[in-house]
Design a protein around this ligand. Structure first.
Ligand SMILES: Nc1nc2c(ncn2[C@@H]2O[C@H](COP(=O)(O)OP(=O)(O)OP(=O)(O)O)[C@@H](O)[C@H]2O)c(=O)[nH]1
Ligand SMILES: [Mg+2]
Length: 324
């Protein structure tokens, strides 16, 4: 669906780009949020705006924190994904299986006490996964809300063999909702503006040990709320489908730029939110030149080098030749 951005939105965006101070940036982002058309076609862009606001808030908090320590995980790669769940649900095991990180894994609860990032290769991009301590009604690290808030998405890990399921999962959702980070299967059309909802995939772990009854309970509880996948780290089941689902869930597109008359560079795609246009890509590449963009040629889908306008919305795996 096309984004159909208004001149008011474009003006606010220009202000954001010109902004130097945090206050100016925040004001411009708020204006962008207020003027962006609210429909399905701008859903990912709105989520992107919220994340930028959340990150700005994190930066401010980090600067102004006087007591205790501030925990922050610098985002890297195409997206940042939080691993959330009750104790022992298999978060660290999944991080170890999908990245080169070597977290502590143990059969007792509360093994993980600090955030640990790792990079997950997926085709030609890298996605950052962040392993986190468990969340329960009695215990949530004080920095958790701040770290989780700026993320692009989350995996909610659930051990179907746990005697506490699904109450232990509800505890995680409740505690995060209480700090205004509700876990959602899909972004709400019009949520509470104070919330930063996190798009969440539910990952049922330990499939090698799960009984059909355990799975039926979870299916009944959460089937309508979250996309659900089953994995087993021990038996190497479901890990490739999980990676594909994570990428799809992010709603990002990979775009390869091609200088006129030269071959395409496929090594290092630009990663953009769905709804970004040829003009947005030009700005990513060189901001000063982007106003001079004449047209672009696109290869991908039905296009084989045809000219497209500046407001052409890019699709995953498009090859783009920009003409200034
Ligand atoms: N059978 C089986 N056991 C698993 C699987 N994944 C993890 N485990 C076991 O479950 C236990 C907990 O795993 P962790 O990865 O430490 O769980 P966690 O969610 O990080 O735990 P905390 O950090 O304490 O919250 C360990 O004994 C793992 O070996 C799996 O796919 N199958
Ligand atoms: Mg752990």
């Amino acid at each position: 669906m096309p984004a159909n951005l208004t001149p008011q939105y474009r003006a606010a965006e220009a202000k954001f780009k010109a902004a130097r101070t945090v206050e100016e940036k925040r004001a411009a982002l708020e204006e962008m949020m207020a003027t962006i058309p609210k429909h399905k076609g701008t859903e990912k862009m709105r989520a992107d705006l919220k994340r930028r606001m959340a990150r700005l808030r994190q930066e401010e908090e980090a600067r102004t924190a006087k007591h205790g320590y501030v925990v922050r995980v610098e985002p890297e790669g195409a997206a940042q994904i939080m691993l959330l769940g009750p104790p022992n649900s298999g978060k660290s095991s999944l991080l170890a299986a999908l990245t080169h990180a070597e977290p502590a894994i143990a059969d007792y609860p509360f093994t993980t006490t600090r955030p640990q990032p790792g990079m997950m290769p997926f085709e030609d991009v890298q996605v950052q996964l962040v392993d986190l301590p468990p969340i329960t009604t009695e215990h949530m690290e004080p920095w958790m809300a701040n770290v989780v808030r700026g993320a692009d998405a989350a995996l909610l890990l659930v051990d179907p063999t746990s005697a506490a399921v699904p109450e232990d999962v509800e505890e995680v959702r409740d505690r995060l909702a209480a700090v205004r980070v509700p876990l959602v299967g899909a972004l709400p059309e019009d949520g509470d503006p104070r919330d930063t909802p996190l798009e969440t995939l539910m990952v049922i772990t330990k499939a090698d040990r799960a009984r059909p009854d355990d799975l039926a309970v979870l299916e009944e509880f959460y089937g309508g709320l979250f996309p659900m996948l089953r994995i087993s780290v021990t038996a190497h089941q479901g890990l490739e489908p999980l990676k594909v689902a994570i990428w799809k869930h992010l709603g990002l597109v990979r775009v390869y730029s091609k200088p006129p008359g030269k071959p395409v560079d496929r090594r290092d795609p630009f990663v953009l939110p769905l709804g970004f246009t040829v003009h947005d890509l030009a700005e990513r590449i060189h901001r000063e030149l982007s106003e001079g963009l004449q047209f672009a040629r696109v290869w991908g889908g039905k296009l084989d080098g045809q000219r497209v306008a500046r407001d052409f919305e890019l699709r995953d795996r498009d090859v783009v030749e920009l003409h200034f």
